[in-house]
Design a protein around this ligand. Structure first.
Ligand code: PMT
Length: 397
């Protein structure tokens, strides 16, 4: 497997060292190569072998170990790194770097690298607020080193306060945004919708569909990483809120309509990926409908076509992108929707294909522009589909 980006993960000696294992796994799942450097103290909390197994790379602890391949290791890793991420960062490693001390593999590699360095501090709260530590952090920030704010809560030592390592998922997401150098959407405001909407029948039941939100969330994350300011209007999903994205949670078609209209005029690009309910029960029962035997008739009436409403309001400066979930006549049906809903692009997916579309981590789509140009894409991750959508928009602008 060829990795496109390289992270050097520095692990220093704190109780939170085990959480760095989740960061290694998460980065690897995103296709990032991870080389781990541990301090000697870190190796007392977690074995290097564990990091080696998860990163699939040898782990360096001692500067004077015989290298596997002959090269000066701190220099080669320092050059190779697109990002140095220190998780957890103790008061000790922060203090060393802030004061120019390079006496082990981690501090030496940081000193010898031009890559951005991101520290995720974790330590006892009294240590964290100690003016010496705070001055070291401020000094490092003033010369371009970056920090992820520790979380507050009950610490491993029993004290309560600031100093906990943030969720490894959050650390990973922040690291990913730093690794992303293409900021071609900088200055753009992008509105994305994702997930299903519910059409309630009574306090217990509702009509819904299989949308997981993964496609829309991936689009929002790509837009964020490429520098845009992103608002994500999300129907009910189990997905974590993406870091750095403003998320508005909604439940029904009308809640989605209101949230989208509130943000529409301010948006440069709008991508409507949500699988919105087209129909809702003619009347909502305030009380639970009792089982009465035989057939229950449920009359459905049409609900608002949100995308159609956006197409009517769209100005020449805005780009409006719809999705088309089709089970037959993919391209013809999608083209009809471009015209009917006044879209600039439609992303057509054939929902009958296996392991793509609804619920999957993959999608296979064609991006069709209003002048009829079609980009047929292979099956790829939803994140890669998001990249392709913005590549098409940026190229054609
Ligand atoms: O969420 P995932 O599990 O990742 O799955 C992704 C997906 C399959 C949901 C996604 O790729 C997708 O196809 N989304 C659009 C689903 C859909 O509602 O398609 P449609 O052809 O019915 O609607 C066409 C367009 O009109 C869509 O942009 C939709 O958001 C919009 N619409 C539809 C109905 C309605 N009442 N209001 C709308 O705005």
């Amino acid at each position: 497997m060829e990795f496109k980006r390289n992270v050097v993960l520095g692990v220093s000696g704190g109780i939170a060292a085990y959480k760095a294992l989740d960061v290694v796994s998460a980065l690897r799942k995103k296709g990032i190569n991870v080389d781990v450097i541990m301090t000697e103290h870190a190796a007392k909390f977690v074995t290097p072998l564990t990091f080696q197994s998860l990163s699939a790379n040898s782990v360096i602890v001692d500067m004077f170990d015989e290298p596997k391949v002959w090269e000066i290791q701190h220099i080669s890793l320092a050059k190779k790194a697109d990002l140095i991420l220190v998780v957890p960062a103790t008061a000790n490693i922060i203090g060393k770097v802030a004061n120019g001390i390079a006496d082990d593999m981690l501090s030496t590699t940081i000193m010898a690298s031009k890559a951005p360095v991101l520290f995720a501090p974790a330590m006892n709260t009294v240590m964290y607020v100690n003016p010496i530590v705070q001055q070291n952090i401020e000094r490092l920030k003033s010369i371009g080193y970056e920090f992820i704010e520790p979380a507050s809560g009950i610490l491993a030592c029993g004290d309560e306060g600031k100093g906990k390592l943030p969720d490894p998922k959050l650390i990973t997401e922040i690291a990913l945004t730093k690794l992303y150098t293409n900021k071609d959407l900088y200055g753009k405001r992008i509105l994305v919708t994702a997930g299903p909407t519910n059409a309630p029948i009574d306090p217990v039941r509702f009509i819904c569909n299989h949308s997981s939100g993964k496609m829309g969330y991936s689009i929002a994350e790509v837009a964020r990483d490429r520098g845009a300011e992103v608002v994500l209007v999300s129907g009910p999903t189990n997905l974590d809120i993406p870091y750095g994205v403003k998320v508005i949670r909604v439940n029904t078609n009308s809640e989605m309509l209101n949230a989208v209209l509130d943000n529409f005029d301010n948006s440069d690009i709008v991508i409507k990926c949500a699988a919105v309910a087209d129909y809702k029960p003619e009347s909502y029962s305030e009380i639970k409908i009792k089982k009465a035997g035989g057939i229950l008739d449920l009359r459905l009436i049409q609900d608002t076509d949100i995308l159609f409403e956006l197409g009517r309001r769209k100005t020449d400066k805005q780009i409006l992108v719809g999705f088309a979930a089709e089970s037959n006549d993919l391209i013809e049906n999608a083209k009809t929707k471009i015209v009917k809903k006044n879209l600039d692009y439609i992303v057509a997916n054939d929902i009958m294909l296996k392991d793509t579309g609804f619920g999957s981590d993959y999608n296979k789509v064609s991006i069709i522009s209003k002048d009829g140009e079609i980009v047929n894409l292979d099956k790829m991750s939803k994140r890669a589909v998001g990249e392709e959508i913005f590549n098409t928009i940026v190229k054609r602008r």
